[in-house]
Write a protein that binds this ligand. Structure first.
Ligand code: ASP
Length: 334
């Protein structure tokens, strides 16, 4: 029998009804949830409750705890697969954090959640958990890195995003597509994701990294506040190929001069950033001010990876080193 460990962290999938008709995310212990999942009789499932939080309240320190527990289970040979149940709001952040920092070896690590509470009619809580457990027990999913299973679909943690606030088809991998499907008892995989280098920093508090989102006429004050707060890194979620309002550029220069890592990605759902323009606020202009463009990741995922990368580098990293750590061309064994 395959052994799957479920690590529950809270979220809608672990909700109980509140006294006034709303739902309390994370109130249901993981074991209560798993007990009601049908179609996994051929798999040995063990449940451990790590947190009981709504996912907006999870912290980088919680992610470190989760990461250490996943790595411990893998290194000790205690599981063939691991399923993390999680609130959907920040599920994509956690899944990618684990993808960056857990050496999965031949263990399948899957993250799932649900859009509907377990006590709602037509809930996806039990079906998503069943599918995640089946995927975690499936040898077809080995070596693919951290996966997100949702609505009978298997996604790579690096590319998946929550695209609906309520529909059961809540997650997509924009522009790239899913890796495969969970079709009843069958797990069918059709694509293999690229993986970036593993980042396993020593323990300790992760460096603070924040996101500033560009939009028409957005003021530069947020950037100044971040510099004043002495954050370790700033992710500029630029528009299009990585542009920001011209008024941001002097603040970016101040940030990089202060030793803050400034990475630029795009708010677009897919496509690379590119220094193809030459005008104030263009990516070329930002690069002249010390920033680094990174492609293939949403701002939230860049933030996760930059926290880990800076932690590995002792809090500060030069542009070339960071560029290599965000590279998609490098190989990764597990
Ligand atoms: N608010 C919930 C959470 O992220 C949403 C969900 O789980 O679907 O904890």
């Amino acid at each position: 029998m395959k052994r799957v460990v479920v690590l529950s962290t809270g979220g809608t999938i672990a909700s109980r009804p509140g006294p006034e008709g709303r739902n309390i995310a994370g109130a249901l212990p993981g074991a209560d949830l798993v007990r009601r999942v049908p179609g996994i009789e051929d798999i040995q499932v063990e449940v451990r409750s790590l947190f009981q939080k709504a996912s907006n309240a999870l912290s980088p320190a919680d992610l470190q705890v989760l990461c250490v527990e996943c790595q411990r289970l893998i290194d000790a040979g205690e599981a063939d697969g691991i399923v993390v149940t999680h609130g959907t709001d920040t599920l994509e952040d956690t899944a990618y954090f684990l993808e960056c920092s857990v050496r999965t070896r031949d263990v399948v690590l899957v993250v799932t959640g649900s859009q509907r509470v377990p006590h709602a009619s037509g809930t996806d809580a039990y079906t998503n958990l069943r599918d995640a457990i089946r995927a975690a027990a499936s040898s077809a999913c080995r070596g693919l890195g951290v996966l997100v299973v949702f609505n009978e679909t298997v996604h790579a943690a690096a590319f998946v995003r929550k695209t609906s606030s309520f529909q059961l088809n809540g997650f997509e991998s924009p522009g790239l597509g899913c890796l495969g499907f969970v079709d009843g008892k069958d797990v069918r995989i059709y694509q293999q994701p690229r993986r970036q280098p593993l980042l396993q920093p020593p323990g300790g508090v992760l460096p603070q990294v924040e996101i500033a989102t560009a939009s028409l006429g957005a003021g530069p004050q947020v950037l100044r506040a971040l510099v004043d707060a002495q954050v370790a890194g700033i992710v500029l979620e630029g528009v299009g190929r990585g542009q920001v309002p011209p008024s941001w550029v002097p603040e970016v220069a101040l940030a990089t001069q202060a030793g803050i890592a400034v990475l630029v990605c795009s708010v677009a759902l897919h496509g690379a950033v590119l220094p193809c323009y030459e005008y104030p606020g263009s990516l070329h202009n930002l690069q002249e001010s010390g920033a680094l463009g990174v492609s293939g990741l949403s701002a939230r995922k860049v933030r996760m990876r930059l926290m880990l990368a800076l932690a590995c580098l002792g809090g500060q990293g030069d542009r070339e080193t960071l560029r290599l750590l965000f590279d998609w061309g490098a190989c990764r064994d597990a």
